[in-house]
Every structure is written in structure tokens, then in C-alpha cells.
Design a protein around this ligand. Structure first.
Ligand code: ASP
Length: 327
């Protein structure tokens, strides 16, 4: 037995005795050596196939994961029909469209904006914060001023449809998040490129008709999204208040760091919610996507109805995630 095989053999016996590691389980079934040809890969929350296609355009030409996730997030941001992200997003209860976004690159750099108004592409402003300032997060008026100084255009993001929906909502003025029906369509998008660079992005207009000034999980590094080149990346959608309290995306990346498959890591983060916040978990939706730096992915949610887009090996698919509750 050559020395490498011997090492594998003895390590395997040790790992089997300990019985804990997914990684060594994969060595046994032949999947541990990073399978060639499974990179690049990009995965996004919900049926954001147009976003994963935009990202794939970049990834398939050998481009950088960071550019891919930014390009992906910009698709729903500019789509007036998407009522949870950017232009066309439902306003807060005072009629203002306020946006949250964050981005991370393969070096662990991070940028974020929250409570940003009038700018169609918060993800690109977040990237500028990351690349052009010594800070990670800019908020509200300061974020807007920075965006304008960077040449972004001030626009009205409240579409006629969104304004009508708000007028309708005002008749009763009650805020009750309804699982999936309320369309938690935040885009979280994570990718690994052909050079094994990991990046992630997240962008949202937040909960429809939220309190003015409310900021959710999406722009918070580690909550709405987290990426670490040593491990992989994860992103969240759903009731931000729940994700914030468990730093769900960071939790998933740390679970993967400890050897969990992305699927098991996403399941663990959902179980954490169900255990710590049983009543909130019964009534609200949270969904996670996860990707490790070997190109394996996972997704899981509290309730059925969460799907995600996966672009890998030239196929762009939408897949249904498993869930903690059955109905
Ligand atoms: N997570 C977002 C927030 O709480 C909402 C969503 O995913 O729709 O702002």
C-alpha cells in the first residue's frame, strides 16, 4: 500500500470508528475527491432561473463567482413583477420602498446596504461599499448619498401595481405574514466558479408593508447570506426576524466546516429554528440554500413550498426543497 493510500485507509478506520464525518462517508462511496466537472455551480432561492442563467453566463466563461452572483441578483432587482426585490418591491406601511442587500467575495470581504431607497440595484451599491470604502455596511440616507456619489441614478421604485397593493392593504392595515402566499421572494444566490472561488449575494425589499425603518436578515452578513472560501456559502429567505436570531447562514457554513454535507447543514439550521422558536416556526416560513466548495448543494425549509434554482453542468433547473413540517 503506498503511503497516501495507507493514510486514507488508517484515517478511514479512525473516522468509521468515530462514526461522525460525512466527508469520510463520502470517501467510502467514492465521492470525496472533488468530482471533476461539477464546477462551476450557482444556486438561488426560489424560481430565480433567470438569475442563475445570468450568473451562468459569467461562470461558464471562466468568470468570477462574485461577478456571477451580482449579475444574478440584478435580474429580480430590475423586474417590476417581482414584488419582493428592488424595483416593483412592495413598500413599507408608509408607502416607501426600502431595500436591503449584501455581498461577499472569495477573500471574505463583505459589503452591505440597508434601508436604502430610490436605487434600483442595491446589490451593486453593496459591492461598491465592499470595494470602495473601509466599511461593511451603509444605511439609509448615508447609503443613498454614497450610491449617488458613485453614479447610481435616483429613481422612483414604487410601481403602480405595488402602490395599488399597498392601498388595498391599508384598508385593513394588518400585518400577518402568510407562509409562501405572501411571496417571500428575496433572492439569495451563492456560487462557486471554475477556479473554486466562492461568493454570495442577497437582495430584498423585505417584508411587504413592514414598519418604516424595519431591516431584516437579508443585509446582515451571516444572517441573510454568508460565504467563506474555505467552506462554502449559504443564503436565507423567509421571516427575517427568525433568521436574524440564529444567524442562519453563518450557522450553515459552520456546520459544513465541521464536515456536514450542505443538505444536512441546511436541515440543522431549520431544526434549530423549530427547536428554539416552536410557535413562530409553525406559523412562518424560512428557507435556506447551501453550497460547499466541492460543488455540492442543499436546501431545506420549515414548510413545504420552498423551491430553488440550480444551474450546474449546463442544466438550469428548479427544485423543490424538503421541509421540516409536512403541511
Ligand atoms: N428575509 C426577508 C426579510 O425578512 C424577506 C423575504 O425573504 O421575503 O426581509
Amino acid at each position: 500500500m503506498n503511503s497516501r493510500r495507507k493514510f486514507l485507509h488508517t484515517s478511514l478506520l479512525g473516522a468509521l470508528a468515530a462514526g461522525t464525518s460525512d466527508f469520510w462517508g463520502d470517501v467510502l462511496n467514492g465521492a470525496a475527491a472533488p468530482p471533476k466537472g461539477n464546477l462551476p455551480v450557482v444556486i438561488a432561492t426560489w424560481d430565480n432561473r433567470r438569475a442563475t442563467a445570468a450568473a451562468w453566463d459569467i461562470l461558464s466563461k471562466g468568470g468570477r463567482a462574485l461577478d456571477a452572483v451580482e449579475a444574478g441578483a440584478r435580474i429580480p432587482e430590475a423586474d417590476p413583477k417581482d414584488t419582493s426585490v428592488g424595483y416593483g418591491g412592495f413598500p413599507d406601511r408608509d408607502g416607501h420602498v426600502t431595500l436591503d442587500a449584501c455581498i461577499m467575495d472569495e477573500f471574505g470581504n463583505a459589503g452591505s446596504v440597508n434601508f436604502l431607497q430610490h436605487i434600483m440595484h442595491p446589490i451593486s451599491v453593496a459591492r461598491r461599499v465592499m470595494e470602495k470604502t473601509p466599511h461593511v455596511m451603509l444605511s439609509g440616507e448615508g447609503a443613498l448619498q454614497f450610491a449617488l456619489s458613485e453614479g447610481f441614478k435616483k429613481e422612483n421604485l414604487l410601481t403602480e401595481e405595488a402602490r395599488k397593493a399597498w392601498e388595498n392593504w391599508k384598508i385593513k392595515s394588518e400585518y400577518k405574514p402568510v407562509i409562501n402566499i405572501e411571496r417571500h421572494d428575496t433572492i439569495g444566490i451563492v456560487a462557486i466558479d471554475a477556479q473554486r472561488r466562492v461568493a454570495g449575494a442577497c437582495s430584498t425589499s423585505g417584508m411587504a408593508f413592514k414598519m418604516h425603518g424595519r431591516v431584516g436578515d437579508s443585509p446582515i452578513i451571516g444572517a441573510g447570506m454568508y460565504a467563506d472560501n474555505e467552506v462554502g456559502a449559504a443564503a436565507a429567505t423567509g421571516l427575517g426576524e427568525m433568521v436574524l436570531k440564529t444567524l442562519g447562514s453563518f450557522l450553515i457554513v459552520e456546520e459544513m466546516r465541521r464536515g456536514k454535507h450542505p443538505q444536512k447543514a441546511a436541515e440543522e439550521a431549520i431544526r434549530r429554528l423549530a427547536r428554539k422558536y416552536p410557535q413562530q416556526s409553525e406559523k412562518n416560513q424560512v428557507g435556506y440554500i447551501a453550497l460547499d466548495n466541492r460543488g455540492r448543494h442543499g436546501a431545506f425549509s420549515l414548510h413545504p413550498g420552498f423551491n430553488y434554482a440550480l444551474f450546474q453542468q449546463a442544466a438550469n433547473q428548479v427544485l423543490e426543497a424538503g421541509s421540516y413540517f409536512n403541511k
